[in-house]
Design a protein around this ligand. Sequence first.
Ligand SMILES: [Zn+2]
Ligand SMILES: [Zn+2]
Length: 665
Amino acid sequence: MSEDKLTKWLAEKLLGKGDAEKSAPAGAKPAHSPVKPGHPVAARNHPAPHKSHGAQHHAGQKPHGQPGRKPHSGGRSPQAAHAPHARNASGSSSGPGSTRIVALGGLDEVGRNCMIFENDKDILIVDMGFQFPDQDMLGIDYIIPDTTYLDDKKDRIRGILLTHGHLDHVGAIPYLIEKLGFPPIYGTKLTLGIVGRKLEEFGLTKRVRMETITADDILRFGTWNVSFFRVNHSIPDAVGIVLRSPNGSFVHTGDFKFDLSPAGDQRPAEFDKISALGKQNVTALFSDSTNALKPGHTMSEHEVAKNLDEIIRTCEGRIIIAAFSSLIARIQQIMDYALKYRRKVYISGRSMMETLEVAKVLGYLKYPKDLVHDAARMGKTHDKETLILTTGSQGEDVSALTRISLGNHPTIRIKKNDTVVISATPIPGNEKAVTSVINNLCRLGAKVIHSKIMDVHTSGHGAQEDLKLMITMVHPKYLVPVHGEYFMRQGHNELGKQLGMPEKQCVMVENGDVMEFKNGEIRITGEKVPTNYVLVDGLGTGDIGNQVLMDRQTMSENGALVVLLSLNKKTNKLLREPDIISRGFIYMNESEEVITKVSKEAKDIFMKSMSKKPDLKRGELKNNLKIGLEKMIHRMIERRPLILPIIAELDNDGLGKPAPSNHDD
Ligand SMILES: [Zn+2]
Ligand SMILES: [Zn+2]
């Protein structure tokens, strides 16, 4: 069976509709796992970096809020407090005195951005994002970076530096932070607010040290010296990072655009700091390639604001606006116009609600208390006084807008006079889904305004002229395009050449390629660091070892095993021995024996779980089965197939139709 077919097959086996809904971002609620004594992460040490402030402080520019000195939450991870000093640089493959830079993700996709910056003893990680899976990877929620390379280097990781709060830059942190031994996390206030919220969901808040930085802070991590510059992006508080090592200076732009009249109370990018870099012999510029094929400059948020104002002012009926919840400045504008034209704002979509809460608490969003309400409480507000703010601008299956378009949203039904504004452009790959949402909305009688009709959205990423401006200002020796698929990065490289950079200084590398820098010269070592797809599905719970993390390759090599438990719905009794279906992981001649043993073990796990906790949730039971069987199969035949427990709840002793069992996990 081909890999894709296998994925589909698994997905069909695994997924009912209920499960698909449950696999929405925060569906996975990991258990709080206490620190185990003798756990490998205990042997580590994170010296706090030396932090100075204000060396690049500019008159008249106050940093956003107070420089955070205290841990953002929680405090030092408990391991660090009693940790022995572990500093032996075991397994270093770095040549003495060189700087190694590797992307674990982000060079073959817009997503799972993660780069490693490594001097002899000091490793810094820039960003740790996830990627949304392709459409053919049903049942998988996220793809996260493969951090195998860091497995034997944990004691050298000095910190994770974050450029901004988008999930393709921070989303993998809750899944990986424990595996990496809880290195401290550095980011601006809003970025850490978003990360903090995620860590809270995973019960990890107390174990992670977070340090709030401003664009004016300078940090020292052993041989690294780190500073920041503010950039514009589609989320506030985005920064680029300058990492200086004895082997050169490296500039990572993060996601950026230049906007001279940004939305809300944001300020333009720090042109002064960026152009000052041009005189500092920057060795390499790692720059955002998302819009490298778009000519011109990226439009200012100011233009978008004018159009939204116009729409909200002139519409007669209800207005429904779909936007990314992280586009906080634009949401602020929408709130302002709603207030101005006397509309109440109703929020639909959990991620929208969550982000707004974080942004409001941190002061990035300001609105009077009685302006914003939950869409569930829309009641009888007059159409002309209603503005609904929702998620789903990408046509995501489970989003509020998609449900509205299908007529199955719990509270919102499209009416004749409604205007729907999609304040986003589809991310490549989502075009079809968005088009079908637009079609369905039109069918229901709504007027739909999207970015092809009117400028109701602008990108958060710089277009060609912006990218050239960045290259010109930073004036690096090497240009290394990052953040984008190969063809986008290739386009970015062409821009470098247009500006007169020699071809060999426009560097195309791939995920996992090791760039070694010494005396300001680059060498691609030819080494390949593992960058497999690590998949996370909605069942993933507990600490990382127990999570359903596996890469696609392992799945195709090790096959899969479905465990079907048939239960009496009322009595919770097992109706027959568990059925085992395996694909591609054992040879026929050994299969019978193995299958029998697995079935017996599954039954044992079930009995034990139920006697311990009779009201056990289905999700927990599935998890127990996965963990138990994984261990047992690995012991028995040293393989790790993908294990998919399915629980069929039957009305009576096997004669009735199976009832769906997905709604409660
Ligand atoms: Zn971004
Ligand atoms: Zn990004």
